[in-house]
Design a protein around this ligand. Structure first.
Ligand code: GLN
Length: 462
């Protein structure tokens, strides 16, 4: 199959189903040209990589020169970036074909895409349900066969939770393993870009392309990484589970976890044991404070990252009565351009950082973050990987958690600890919950820099 055929087939599929799914905010009009160039190079005898000519859906949080980048926000409507995010640049260099920009909760705040300024994405498994968030567009595009591969970003679960609810594979790499340059920042100490795909091997191939050191990202690691695709192939061959020490996180089960999610998870753990893994229960006592600490650290960082949307440097400008002072223009622009969830978090964040409250809120949250990191250190002294359900429930219905921010926030209990500690995590589909027939994923977490281990174990489970 040629790159043009593959690209055309996915454009046709988008044309056929995206009015229902709404995974895309923008579909590329230059994808076919890019595909044609790949075919020409191949015909000319050039040796191209394994993903050359493969269409790629790109979360709208990543800036692109040939398509608008809005991060799901009204304030960036139509914004054209003068440069490509490093991951997009690397993808193009590897011959991948960016086919469109995917929908997301505004500035990646949310777990359902209901906070997108451009309307929600629908879950292809059940159009009455959410596709997860914030990267619901990327996950839905892959699940609906509108794209074979997608890029997402994960600050508290925005790759792994959408993967869980759409039956796809999602990876949050080690913090610093993949460049954040050109990813519109939500919370810089937590954000990480990663793959959303249909198989663990596909994710490994994509991480091999986008990963590695980037001098434009000051937190980018300088490690020489092993091939994640090779790790996935090794895992698929079997026997990697023999003698593998697997820790089941005690705090990520029970209350709040849907029965069918727990059932599928328990069955998978039993299977791991049957194949020779040593399964033990591991306690991470501070995980219960992870969501609270996250919702202080994230708004604090987000409120300062979003200060740059001041009506001058980026995006739209609203002028009250065609005039106004600088402050009035700024206020009117931010009032109109930001949605309610973004405003909620800016207020939370500026409050938590304000003089007099800083120690009590932000300072305490940072201490909790350290305790969670120590929980991981203690756990990884005993086991090779930690496992949990990727999220407590299957895809919920539209509107179910929209009016109750706490309920929405709690959908990320299982994924947030990895972001706070910088460790890598993967969500791999493990079947459907018996009560609603919707997809369930297992989350596997490994120590910092051990991304290859996730691919090995993930491919063995898949
Ligand atoms: N749902 C989480 C939040 O709203 C995670 C977001 C993310 O990972 N970008 O913050």
């Amino acid at each position: 199959i040629s790159a043009v055929e593959a690209t055309q087939a996915h454009l046709d599929r988008i044309h056929a189903v995206d009015s229902d799914v709404h995974a895309f905010l923008h579909v590329s009009d230059s994808a076919l040209d890019a595909a044609r160039r790949i075919d020409e190079r191949r015909t000319a005898g050039e040796e191209l990589g394994p993903l050359a000519g493969v269409p790629l859906a790109v979360k709208d949080v990543l800036v692109t020169t040939d398509m608008p980048s809005t991060s799901g926000s009204r304030i960036l409507e139509g914004y054209m970036s003068p440069f490509d995010a490093t991951v997009v640049k690397k993808a193009r260099e590897a011959g991948l074909i960016p086919i469109g920009k995917t929908n997301m909760d505004e500035f990646a705040m949310g777990s359902s895409t209901e906070h997108s300024a451009y309307g929600p994405t629908r879950n292809p498994w059940d159009l009455g349900r959410i596709p997860g968030g914030s990267g619901g567009g990327s996950a839905a595009a892959v699940a609906a066969f509108e794209a074979p591969l997608a890029l997402g970003s994960d600050t508290g679960g925005s790759i792994r939770q959408p993967a869980h609810v759409t039956g796809t594979v999602g990876v949050k790499p080690t913090y610093g393993a993949v460049s954040r340059y050109g990813a519109i920042a939500l919370a810089s100490s937590l954000d990480q870009v990663g793959p959303v795909t249909r198989t663990v091997l596909d994710a490994g191939l994509l991480q091999d392309v986008i990963g590695g050191h980037d001098p434009f990202d000051s937190t980018s690691l300088t490690d020489a990484w092993p091939s994640m695709a090779a790790a996935a192939r090794e895992g698929a061959r079997g026997d990697v589970l023999k003698g593998l020490k697997v820790g089941v996180v005690k705090e990520l089960s029970g209350e709040g976890f849907q029965a069918g999610v727990q059932t599928r998870f328990d069955e998978t753990v039993a299977l791991l044991q049957k194949q020779g893994a040593e399964v033990v229960e591991v306690s991470a006592p501070h995980f219960e404070y992870a969501v609270s600490a996250y919702y202080l650290i994230l708004p604090a960082e987000a409120s300062s990252n979003l200060a740059k949307f001041d009506s001058v440097r980026f995006g739209m400008r609203v002028q009250p009565d065609g005039g106004g002072t600088v402050e009035q223009v700024m206020a009117a622009t931010r009032e109109f351009g930001f949605g309610p969830e973004v405003k909620r978090r800016i207020i939370l964040g500026t409050y938590a950082l304000s003089a007099g409250y800083y120690d009590a809120y932000y300072g305490s949250a940072q201490k909790v973050r350290t305790l969670i990191q120590r929980d991981f250190d203690a756990a990884f002294a005993q086991v090779d990987v930690l496992v949990s359900p990727s999220a407590p429930t299957t895809a919920f219905k539209f509107g179910e958690k929209l009016e109750d921010p706490m309920a929405m926030y709690l959908n990320d209990v299982a994924t947030i600890p990895a972001n706070l500690a910088g460790v890598p995590g993967i969500s791999v589909p493990i079947g459907l919950a018996p009560e609603d027939g919707l997809p369930v994923g297992i989350q596997i977490m490994a120590p910092v820099r051990e991304d290859a281990r996730l691919y090995r174990v993930g491919a063995a489970i898949e």
